[in-house]
Design a protein around this ligand. Structure first.
Ligand code: OGA
Ligand code: MN
Length: 251
């Protein structure tokens, strides 16, 4: 059964950012403190060996054909070029980026995105109709954070275009519990369950971009990300944040 896709009136990525990187009130400041590792502008190298990947993480390599990647790029580049890159402040989660949200797609690309939604989201879970498109410069990177539980539900599904990269997941409870994930160009990753709520995720800088001892050169990378809406009524696996999430960030 196809899940409902919900139209939102707000601007998704601004709302997500407001949750973790544009604090301007005490409440948002608390959220920022929870979502970003404090005072760590550069990703810290974990000391111990990596742990197995956390529950709830899925990676589908080669999800897109090169032709599908080109079709998506053609459409998102047209919209992105009207937006300026942002440098990013020290307390922002993302550096060297620009972003848009899109709800209207060509028929070909809408079909690809429906394929993403069909594999990523549990049936019947209301999804955000806006798709988040994030363009990271070659020297851009994403600091460790957890997407706002106020604005985003149980599942985050991201396509990687143009460049491979390394995503690092670190347990909030135990920094020694970490794992790296190679996000190959044209793959789809799905963050759900513990991986979504209990681990920070980050995209490593080019200079730190190494996977299993091999360099993964970071070029300009565009991600196309689908999310679902928070749903307080569903069991944990489908979306209710675990009890240890800061109550200030609950809906
Ligand atoms: C985000 C994020 C990851 C990606 O925008 O919150 O973590 O794949 N993006 O770009
Ligand atoms: Mn994120």
């Amino acid at each position: 059964m196809a899940a409902p896709v919900v139209a939102t009136s707000g601007v998704l990525c601004r709302a997500l950012r407001a949750g973790f990187c544009r604090p301007h009130g005490a409440r948002l400041l608390r959220q920022a403190a929870r979502c970003l590792s404090p005072g760590t502008p550069a990703p810290r190298a974990p000391t111990g060996p990596p742990a197995p990947l956390p529950e709830g993480l899925r990676l589908l390599r080669g999800f897109l054909t090169p032709q599908e990647e080109q079709a998506l790029l053609l459409e998102v580049e047209g919209a992105l070029k009207r937006v300026r890159y942002e440098g990013g402040h020290w307390d922002q989660a993302i550096h060297g980026f620009r972003e848009i949200e899109k709800s209207q797609w060509t028929e070909q690309n809408a079909k690809i995105l429906q394929r993403v939604r069909d594999v990523a989201f549990p049936p019947g879970v209301p999804q955000l109709s806006l798709v988040h498109v994030l363009d990271l410069k070659a020297d851009g990177y994403i600091k460790p954070h957890i997407d706002s539980v106020k604005f985003c539900g149980s599942t985050i599904a991201g396509l990687s275009l143009l460049s491979s990269s390394v995503m690092r997941l670190v347990s909030e409870q135990n920094k020694d519990d970490w794992a790296d994930l190679l996000l190959e160009r044209r793959s789809l990753y799905i963050l759900g369950g513990r991986a979504r709520y209990e681990f920070t995720h980050e995209i490593l800088k080019d200079e730190d971009s190494v996977y299993n001892g091999e360099r993964v050169p970071r070029e300009r990378r565009i991600s196309v990300i689908c999310r679902n809406l928070p749903d307080k009524g569903t069991p944990y696996a489908l979306g209710t944040p675990p009890e240890n999430i800061d109550p200030a960030s609950r809906l």
